[in-house]
Design a protein. Structure first.
Length: 246
């Protein structure tokens, strides 16, 4: 396919942490990645318009075990850690400068840099995967885990009072319906919400970010829906030129 004139002179080069920091403000996740393993940037007239950050992989990942058929299981902790670190790299950030989005650059950045990492396996985890499937378009395979029981329970409870699953991406719509509930329905949903939040445990990041004194209303509804609908997708790519080694 011919590239449009805007992207024709864009090149991918080895980058550094500075390239990431130039564009980090445009990423939806707060905080930066740790343990950088590689950075590649997209340049147009020596200006950074895109960046991809590779990091070292995490020790445990249930969907990784499913995707690899348990390839990294059955070893003692030290051997498993060594095997994972030797064979896997993780895509932690893919950022395209807003003026250049919608041109297929994210797909190109992933597809062209994965082989450059010189490892048998590349993986990624993305909350926005269902909305922007560029990882799959770049050749990665997606694995979606089961819906957590706490999410299924609250989703069902909301459905019982007339709030359907396809409405959960619209906080204002959900809040308007919550405001129109009867007192009995309000008590029922409030009990379900408290149970949903309690299921994370007080030491979890979710509970730390949720203040108990936030009253029922749009702000709290936005927070709860962000957790209810955030279902990461796991992606994996096997380098056809390399094999996993112990």
């Amino acid at each position: 396919m011919r590239r449009c004139s805007v992207t024709r002179d864009i090149e991918i080069v080895r980058g550094d942490v500075k390239d990431y920091h130039r564009l980090s403000v445009f990423h939806y996740r707060r905080g930066g990645p740790a343990a950088f393993a590689g950075v590649y940037s997209m340049k147009k007239s020596n200006v950074t318009v895109g960046v991809i950050v590779y990091t070292m992989p995490s020790m445990g990942c249930e969907l990784r075990n499913i995707a690899t058929g348990g390839m990294f299981e059955g070893l003692d902790r030290k051997s498993r850690l060594k095997m994972i670190n030797r064979n896997i790299r993780c895509i932690s950030r893919v950022i395209i400068e807003p003026r250049f989005r919608g041109l297929g650059l994210a797909k190109r950045l992933v597809a062209e840099t994965m082989p450059l990492m010189n490892v048998p396996v590349i993986e990624a985890m993305a909350v926005m995967g269902n909305v922007h499937p560029f990882f799959e378009r770049a050749g990665m395979k997606a694995y979606r885990g089961p819906v957590p029981a706490r999410c299924a329970q609250l989703t069902e409870a909301l459905s019982l009072v007339g709030i359907e699953e396809d409405e959960l991406i619209e906080p204002r719509c959900v809040q308007a319906k919550l405001d129109s509930l009867t007192d009995e329905e309000v008590d029922f949903i409030e009990a379900q919400v408290q149970q949903f939040l309690a299921s994370y445990g007080r030491s979890s990041a979710v509970r730390r970010h949720f203040r108990e004194d936030i009253p029922a209303g749009l702000k709290r509804t936005r927070f709860i829906l962000s957790k209810l609908t955030a279902r990461p997708v796991y992606y994996i790519w096997f380098n056809p030129q390399m094999k996993v080694t112990l």
